[in-house]
Design a protein around this ligand. Structure first.
Ligand code: GAP
Length: 469
């Protein structure tokens, strides 16, 4: 069995099979933005729904929010993004890890026993030093040009001439969790929430990424599924472990990812406000190894403290049990939906050696995706284009489409149509043939075993429902 080998093959296959297209191709393309085709959108929605189900429907302590992409610009000052993301950065060309150019240079000289003063050096000066001294990344790889860099994507809002002035600058959100912090108080007040509780949100985030040549792994517009769990500080140890296990369990059980392709990685260097942070990494063959898909972060009381300070509002919580007030601490789980789509496709893509109908060796590409994540659940295929078969097939489709996402295909040979459905992961194909017109039965073919079963149309819906359960 063969798997996807590299990104070029992955991109071509995803486009060919209506999962993911590069953006704006008719204009020559637009870097680091991708569009999701019919199957890609259905798959992405299924993953998103599975996440919401596990967070909200399956629990009693997590609620859901849909906040605006635009927020008051002070949000991003309070969060530290406006000031904190303006360092001069360089990037390791191979690992794509970013480093503050001044720190890297200091370390480089320190290792040689020399001391240098990097204070207030411009991006050009730092670039010059890196070039002249042939400074490499800590992994020994070449570095990109250094430049002053803020990850936030700026925009302007308003309807007057002043719209494009600096006063009207606004930001496209750089992470969805900030919307959660801004609505925390409304959630507590209107839902009468008691600690601990979580708020979950799915939505777009935007970042001016420097290097964006990793397909949908790193794009400038992407979707995050974030959950912020508000709790008392003394519960953090237990909760951190609970969320780590819950998130790993979800990836294995709900997305069908094999355990050996996933691992936890503890952050060596913590971001200034975090007290503990782990990533969950997936072993992407097409990206050359384990890469982050999700972060589990203990953010302490940093976020609510900052927003209370910058907004002048009280964001503390009254604990009725003890009669005291506290700023809740926050545990975060943050996963990229697009990275999950990429992971699920890479994990499921399989090339099998088979013998075709003519007895010749052939390769079958089959997307062995979990049935409930499959974009199309059932494909209805008349054996030929004869009007009486088409009519009967559409009848069958109308019965099934009430409960299943279906597809109808009457082009090409039946063998080719089975293969098309295998390649996009459709678990069942229902074939309507001339016997159907007499016995009211159809052939149901299973994607994985390729076994076929004759089922009466009156029992078909129940039969398929049972299979999906
Ligand atoms: N609120 C915390 C936060 O945003 P992050 O590690 O910067 O943390 C969380 O992002 C997740 O969002 C990542 O694990 C990744 O799955 C996804 N993500 C981040 N940047 C991305 C990008 N440029 N393209 C696609 N996904 C991205």
């Amino acid at each position: 069995m063969k798997k996807l080998e590299n990104l070029e093959q992955f991109k071509a296959w995803a486009k060919e099979n209506a999962f993911i297209y590069p953006s704006s191709e008719i204009y020559g393309g637009f870097a680091a933005v991708y569009d999701y085709g019919h199957y890609g959108t259905l798959l992405k929605n299924n993953i998103q729904n599975a996440w919401i189900k596990s967070m909200v429907q399956d629990r009693n302590d997590v609620y859901i929010l849909d906040s605006g992409i635009f927020m008051h610009p002070k949000t991003w000052v309070a969060s530290g993004h406006v000031g904190g993301f303006s360092d001069v950065l360089v990037e390791d060309k191979k690992t794509h890890k970013r480093y503050r150019a001044d720190h890297l240079i200091e370390e480089w000289f320190e290792n040689k026993g020399e001391k240098v003063d990097m204070d207030k050096k411009t991006a050009e000066e730092l670039a010059d030093i890196i070039k002249t001294n042939n400074i490499k990344s800590p992994e020994g790889n070449d570095l990109t040009e250094s430049r002053s860099f803020n990850l936030l994507v700026k925009s302007n809002m308003g309807t007057t001439d002043a719209t494009f002035s600096d006063e009207n600058v606004t930001y496209l959100r750089g992470e969805t969790c900030q919307g959660i912090y801004l609505e925390y108080k409304n959630f507590v007040d209107t839902l009468r929430l008691k600690l601990p509780f979580g708020i979950a949100q799915v939505g777009k985030a935007f970042r001016n990424e420097i290097v964006a040549r990793q397909f949908v792994f790193r794009t400038r517009e992407f979707e995050q599924m974030e959950m912020q769990y508000f709790h008392k500080p003394e519960d953090k140890k237990e909760l951190f472990e609970m969320w780590k296990q819950a998130r790993m369990g979800w990836l294995v059980n709900e997305l069908g990812i094999s355990k050996e392709n996933l691992r936890f990685k503890e952050h060596e260097k913590l971001i200034f406000y975090a007290t503990a942070a782990f990533d969950i990494e997936y072993n992407f063959r097409t990206l050359g190894g384990f890469k982050e898909i999700e972060g589990i972060h203990d953010r302490g009381d940093y976020d609510l403290t900052q927003h209370a300070k910058f907004s002048g509002q009280t964001l503390d919580y009254f604990d009725q049990d003890t009669g005291t007030r506290l700023i809740p601490h926050i545990m975060e789980t943050s996963v990229g939906l697009n990275r999950l789509v990429m992971m699920v496709l890479e994990e499921a893509y399989t090339e099998e050696d088979v013998v075709n109908a003519k007895g010749k060796k052939d390769i079958r590409i089959v997307l062995k995706i979990k049935k409930d994540l499959a974009p199309i659940k059932v494909a209805i295929l008349p054996l030929s284009k004869k009007p009486e078969l088409s009519a009967k097939s559409l009848e069958v489709q109308n019965i099934l489409r009430k409960n299943f996402v279906t597809a109808y295909d009457e082009t090409a040979s039946i063998g080719k149509r089975y293969r098309r459905q295998d390649e996009v992961g459709t678990p069942y194909c229902v074939t309507v043939d001339f016997d159907t017109l007499n016995d009211n039965a159809v052939t149901v073919r299973d994607r994985d075993t390729m076994q076929q079963e004759r089922i009466n149309i009156s029992e078909l819906e129940a039969y398929l429902t049972e299979k999906f359960n």
